[in-house]
Ligand binder design. Structure first.
Ligand SMILES: CC(C)[C@H](C(=O)O)[C@@H](O)C(=O)O
Length: 576
């Protein structure tokens, strides 16, 4: 978070890309409605003035449409560096000005009308895939990057961290007895802080349940028995993976979620992005949101992908190339022969991390792989759209993937790219395989492949957190190719890994102190250090718990190879 300007006695916070706000555990999501922000700001000497929000944004470049104002606060003392809880650390520049409040500008959405068919037949100018989705969802046949349009939302997802805040906004703005715009288009997925005795975390799940009962929400993936997740057949786990597995991701549609990794669903050729609680409250009531059309960057990935690489290496390569701010408020479209050969889960990994480059959304054009995946998941009709041949892209990046080597992102930024082999002297004290980025079925199959090939035991504690209940089942039932029928779970046990844990976001973002595999203390194997190789998406200070923890982001191949040696390790040591 950066104090950007101090003029006219008004203090304006612009919430910039992940570079500025990355170390925070919740990004720029709705700084006033998120439970912990007001308290944190108050402790800094601000008077939090409710009603002063015009709108919350993920980053500054998305703000100008409504006057550029994100949030206004009155500072009562100088601001210096400060530390916010054990999971965040960032600084705020100093500002001494006193402040006055600014009038609220109310923004009304136009009346909702029937969805119209695609406009792709009648367009005058060529458009990108993302522009076409905006065009259809806004019922405007022609639009360009930078236009602000009211978009009809197909699916709104929220979870235990942001649901309660979003419901609060909804009730405040639409009334205590208001009904949501469409009970079948709202998907509510407890997944973040589930297996914990933290009362506030538990209460959040109760709030989700109460709201879903009251509103008769069709898709609520509830958990009541925390002692045994299998006793909760409705419970899924990590929202982004559950959305795909339960058939909520469909080409050509608009999917919003109160989570920055909602961009994962772009793998289905749809527009998917994270929004704040204020926007979500508004969507709950209207089914609409005001969005600026992003310009598109095109990433052409060509070449045969070597069999020691995974999609995680591809996205680490791209973020390393363009930096954590390189795609701020841009759409990232992935094409090329390498992408065409990726499975749906691998495409999800690719799109999942676009937000780590500041991307508004990531998208892979739908094809036979997409349609096949969807066959048994949805019966709803969908209409894929594709970039026109003459569409204009802000930039095009080309990569020859056949030459790429296994990568890691070193602490403390996802763009701190290095070759895995360059880090071979980095001693580690644990490995974590899990999350929306690296806790899918294929991620565990990949890790099992390395353990199987080595025939050895892990040298450091190795934590496995399946993303969803379905992934957990796969880990226990699917035979690993080339293993003579062994399951991942058997191979993990033989290799000495920890038993796969209950599905959830787990320690990817730290969580309450009793979260499984959270980085609380150094492990016995490496007493003075806390160094983790992780298949997750963020390695900011404190991200997985302890603020001194060092996180190396890596593919499941690299994570498994590192577990076997106790050092950051190139998986070719075991796979070739
Ligand atoms: C808690 C949630 C708001 C957050 C996000 O939006 O990304 C989390 O999922 C994360 O990965 O940091």
């Amino acid at each position: 978070m950066e104090l950007k300007s101090c003029s006219n006695d008004i203090v304006i916070f612009f919430l910039n890309s992940q570079t500025d706000i990355g170390p925070d555990c919740c990004h720029a999501i709705d700084i006033i409605t998120c439970n912990y922000w007001p308290a944190m700001l108050t402790s800094l000497g601000f008077t939090v003035e409710e009603g002063n929000i015009l709108r919350d944004y993920y980053n500054a470049s998305s703000a100008p449409s409504l006057g550029g104002l994100t949030v206004i606060y009155q500072p009562q003392k100088d601001l210096g560096s400060f530390c916010f809880s054990s999971t965040s650390q960032f600084s705020v520049n100093k500002c001494k000005k006193s402040a006055v409040s600014k009038k609220i500008v109310s923004v009304m959405a136009p009346q909702q009308s029937e969805r119209r068919p695609a406009t792709t037949g009648s367009v005058k100018n060529a458009m990108t895939l993302t522009e076409k989705i905006f065009s259809r969802a806004s019922e405007k046949p022609q639009l360009s990057p930078g236009d602000n349009v009211w978009v009809n939302v197909d699916i709104l997802m929220t979870h235990d961290v942001c649901g309660p805040g979003s419901f609060g906004i909804f009730k405040k703005e639409f009334g205590e007895n208001a009904k949501v715009w469409d009970r079948e288009k709202i998907v509510i997925i407890p997944d973040h802080y589930i297996f914990t005795s933290d009362e506030r975390a538990n209460r959040n799940v109760d709030i989700l349940r109460d709201f879903c009962m009251e509103q008769n929400i069709k898709y609520f993936y509830d958990i009541k028995d925390l002692g045994n997740f299998k006793a909760n057949p409705d419970y899924k786990g990590v929202c982004h993976i559950a959305l795909a597995q339960e058939g909520h991701c469909r080409p050509g549609e608009v999917l919003l979620g109160t989570d920055s990794h909602t961009c994962t669903a772009g793998a289905f050729g749809q527009f998917a992005t994270g929004i704040g609680n204020t926007d979500a409250g508004f969507v709950l009531g209207t089914g609409k949101v005001l969005l600026k059309v992003p310009p598109t960057l095109r990433f052409v990935l060509d070449g045969e992908m070597p069999d020691y690489l995974l999609a995680k290496d591809l996205i680490l390569q791209i973020i390393g190339e363009i930096s954590v701010a390189g795609a701020t408020y841009k759409s990232m479209e992935f094409v090329g022969t390498t992408v065409e050969r990726l499975s749906m889960e691998e495409r999800m990994t690719l799109c999942n991390m676009v937000v780590e480059a500041g991307g508004k959304n990531g998208v892979v054009p739908a094809d036979g792989t997409t349609f096949k995946y969807l066959e048994d998941k949805t019966s709803l009709p969908y209409e894929p759209v594709y970039s026109d041949e003459k569409a204009s892209f802000l930039s095009e990046y080309r990569f020859d993937i056949s030459k790429l080597e296994p990568l890691v992102a070193k602490p403390h930024s996802p763009d701190n790219r290095a070759l895995a082999r360059e880090c071979k002297d980095v001693k580690i004290d644990r490995v974590y395989i899990g999350s929306c980025t690296g806790g899918k079925t294929e991620d565990f199959l990949a890790a099992a492949k390395v353990f199987l090939a080595s025939g050895k035991k892990v040298k450091v504690p190795t934590f496995l957190v399946p993303a969803t209940q379905k992934v957990w089942m796969d880990v226990y039932t699917l035979p690993v190719p080339g293993s003579g029928g062994k399951t991942c779970s058997q191979i993990f046990e033989e290799a000495g890994c920890d038993t796969p844990a209950s599905p959830s976001c787990g320690a990817c973002l730290g969580g309450p102190k009793d979260t499984y595999a959270r980085m609380n203390e150094p492990m016995a194997s490496c007493l003075s250090l806390q160094v983790c190789v992780s298949t997750t998406n963020r390695n900011f200070p404190g991200r997985m718990g302890h603020k001194e923890g060092q996180i190396y982001l890596a593919s499941p191949y690299t994570a498994a190879a590192s577990a076997l040696t106790g050092y950051v390790t190139d998986p070719r040591e075991f796979l070739e």
